[in-house]
Design a protein around this ligand. Structure first.
Ligand SMILES: [Zn+2]
Ligand SMILES: [Zn+2]
Length: 127
C-alpha cells in the first residue's frame, strides 16, 4: 500500500469518525484526528466512547450531584460556579447562608439587613 492510498484511507476514516462524533455530540475535530491516526480502530473507539459517555452522563445526572452546562452541554458538578470545560459562568442557586434577611425600620420604613443593628437610612436601632 503506497503512501497516497494510506493517506486516502486515513481521510476516509477521519471523515467516518467525525460524522459519528458529530451525531453523538462529541468533539468532531478531536475524533477526526483520532480516526485519521488510528483508522478503523479510531472508528471503533468513537463508537465505544459515544456509548460510554451517554451511559456515564445519564448515571451522573441521575445522582443529582451533577448538572449539564447550559453552554457546552458537558456534565459538571452541581456546585460548580464555573464550567470546567468551557469556563461558562453557572447560575448557581444561592445557598441558605448567602440568603439575606431584612428588618424594617419603624422610623423610616426602610429595610436593613438583619446582620446590621442600626438602620442604614436613619441610624435608628433595630427593635
Ligand atoms: Zn461548559
Ligand atoms: Zn430608619
Amino acid at each position: 500500500m503506497g503512501i497516497t492510498s494510506l493517506l486516502v484511507w486515513s481521510i476516509v476514516f477521519a471523515a467516518i469518525s467525525a460524522i459519528i462524533a458529530n451525531n453523538r455530540g462529541l468533539p468532531v475535530g478531536k475524533w477526526a484526528a483520532i480516526g485519521f491516526i488510528l483508522g478503523p480502530i479510531g472508528v471503533i473507539w468513537v463508537l465505544v466512547t459515544a456509548k460510554d459517555e451517554a451511559v456515564q452522563e445519564a448515571k451522573s445526572l441521575s445522582t443529582g450531584k451533577f448538572k449539564k452546562c447550559p453552554f457546552c452541554a458537558e456534565v459538571i458538578k452541581k456546585e460548580a460556579s464555573v464550567c470546567k470545560h468551557c469556563g461558562g459562568q453557572q447560575a448557581s442557586a444561592p445557598s441558605p447562608s448567602a440568603q439575606k434577611t431584612y428588618w424594617v425600620c419603624g422610623k423610616c420604613n426602610e429595610t436593613t439587613e438583619t446582620a446590621k443593628k442600626i438602620c442604614w437610612n436613619c441610624g435608628a436601632p433595630k427593635v
